[in-house]
Design a protein around this ligand. Structure first.
Ligand code: ZN
Length: 184
């Protein structure tokens, strides 16, 4: 039987998490590392898909809307775009496995302009577990698209974070009350 679950580890990179990151969530983001790595390992060893949608940008791209909103971040081949801390080690150990893959995204949603939906449908995945950052930006936009495409959602409260505690709390309510997500 093919697996029907996938874990999406969203934007858990130095720029979004580390102290020196360009758009860091800081301590709330850093403290997620053990829970994220533990869940990735649990799902990998269970035969589930572990996907790592990762923002990628060209600095000061005049056509990209985020150039007006945020400083340069997650620039291709930069330190800022590397996975943070122990997740980097975990990914290095497992990146050649069929069920583990990292892919580029250029917008908040992991579905925008990517082949994620096609890949999930090919694999008969109907349930998505979301972790990473930021709860109220890239996790939120990914969850909204997933909801509209008909996926069941599980949000791991101890494995999502934001630089904005009000936005974080609002997004958790929105996942549950508006997107029908299970919060665990
Ligand atoms: Zn971005």
């Amino acid at each position: 039987m093919p697996t029907t679950q996938a874990l999406l580890v969203i934007d858990y990179t130095n720029d979004f998490v580390a102290d020196q990151g360009a758009l860091t969530c800081g301590q709330p983001g850093q403290q997620l590392a053990p829970a994220i790595v533990s869940l990735a390992e649990q799902m990998r060893s269970n035969g589930d898909w572990v996907l790592l949608p990762t923002d990628v940008h060209t600095p000061n791209d005049p056509y990209h809307p985020e150039s007006q909103l945020f400083p340069p971040h997650n620039v291709r081949d930069s330190w800022g775009r590397e996975l943070y801390g122990p997740l980097k080690d975990w990914y290095n150990d497992h990146q050649t496995e069929t069920t583990v893959w990292q892919f580029d995204k250029t917008r908040y949603s992991s579905f925008a302009g990517t082949d994620l939906d096609l890949r999930l449908r090919e694999r008969h995945v109907d349930s998505l577990h979301l972790v990473g950052v930021c709860t109220d930006i890239c996790v939120l936009h990914t969850a909204v698209d997933a909801y509209n495409l008909g996926y069941q959602l599980v949000i791991h409260e101890n494995a999502v974070a934001s630089f904005d505690p009000v936005g974080h709390a609002w997004a958790l309510r929105h996942f549950k009350n508006t997107l029908g997500a299970t919060i665990v």
